[in-house]
Design a protein around this ligand. Structure first.
Ligand code: SAM
Length: 333
């Protein structure tokens, strides 16, 4: 294997997030900012073979974990075949998926077959009206059915809740109930000011400290130590007497940049080294030129990593509300 992929701050990159599409069947208010954006033309979206080549290159540089995200990964035709292809070519790779769960149910046997490491389900409310308000669609029953089916299939589940004051801050009873009664991780993510038209504001920001205090009024939380590889940026807690765990991801109030080990590839083939940095390294053209070898692409990836910024500094330096111009739906979270 080639030498590991180090960035300019001594961090080792082992994790690649792949946005397989910029299309989504939901219109989450924190993600798309309710602004209608034109979808990227199909010809500019990486073909599955091209993404697979990128995964091979990344794996040769020491990447061990890959996450499919989007847009909504299951909104792209052939996502199931792509999962099979990844499994066959890279049987040791830890493949995970982030999904809104609305289209997921028919694919659950396949996820089990290809041994997906975990499914991250974006689920910001267990209340049907709030779910519809956040996502623009009344599809909570479908997501809850998929959640039950995932657990029945023995697939590891992490629920991601984007925490927003005035939206889901009155629903802590439901969140604690879910984590107490189901064998899953439920992680609150601080609302990030992403995308130029973001509705983020000081008023709708719900900080980890306040979320955790609210949770601790309902449950005794026992810190989980040294689980970094599995919990990523989340600080995890067991619930005394419960089946699941609660976690807190605090990109704004307690950033985790120093342990960041990830790279992102957008659906149109651009490498992003930091969620908060709009700088992109366009690889699609290179991937489509027959004379360009993997070695050339490796050189671009290494150069990009060497310039990887510290997101917290960008956050501090931001002017106006948003830290990055691109919306999350185009980055993949
Ligand atoms: N469609 C898939 C889904 O809903 O999970 C994958 C894409 S979505 C962009 C990936 C993740 O980004 C979700 O877990 C979502 O909660 C998170 N996300 C999007 N916008 C966010 C924001 N402004 N702040 C915090 N998290 C955000």
């Amino acid at each position: 294997m080639a030498r590991a992929l180090l960035d300019g701050h001594g961090r080792t990159v082992r994790y690649l997030r792949l946005s397989v599409t910029d299309r989504c069947n939901l219109r989450c208010l924190y993600c798309r900012s309710n602004v209608m954006q034109r979808c990227i033309p199909h010809s500019q979206i990486l073909r599955y073979e091209e993404i697979t080549r990128m995964v091979g290159i990344a794996a040769s540089l020491g990447v061990r974990k890959v996450r499919l995200t989007g847009g909504e990964p299951f909104a792209r035709k052939g996502c199931d075949g792509f999962l099979v292809m990844l499994h066959e070519r890279f049987p040791d790779l830890d493949v995970r998926i982030t999904t809104n769960g609305t289209l997921l149910a028919p694919y659950i046997p396949l996820l089990r077959h290809v041994r997906v490491g975990a499914v991250n389900l974006s689920l910001d409310s267990f209340d049907r009206a709030t779910f519809a308000r956040v996502t623009g669609r009344d599809l909570l029953p479908q997501v809850l059915a998929a959640l039950d089916a995932l657990l029945a299939a023995g697939i590891r589940v992490k629920i991601n809740v984007v925490a927003m004051r005035g939206v889901n801050d009155g629903q802590m009873d439901d969140f604690v109930h879910a984590a107490r009664n189901m064998p899953l991780d439920l992680r609150f993510i601080e609302f990030m000011p992403m995308g130029s038209a973001t509705p983020w504001s000081v008023e709708n920001f719900w900080s980890t400290a306040d979320i955790q205090a609210e949770a601790e009024r309902r449950a005794r939380l026992i810190p989980v130590t040294a689980d970094a590889a599995e919990s990523g940026p989340a600080r995890m807690y067991r619930i005394a007497g419960g089946l699941g765990r609660l976690g807190f991801i605090s990109p704004l109030t307690n950033h985790f940049c120093l342990s960041c080990n990830r790279l992102r590839l957008t659906s149109d083939g651009a490498l992003r080294t930091c969620l908060f940095a709009d700088k992109e390294y366009r690889l699609r053209g290179l991937l489509r030129q027959p004379r360009i070898t993997d070695e050339t692409i490796v050189r671009v990836i290494r150069r990009a990593c060497a310039d990887k910024p510290v997101g917290a500094e960008l956050l501090r330096a931001r002017r106006g509300a948003a830290v990055a111009v691109k919306q999350m739906v185009g980055i993949g979270g």
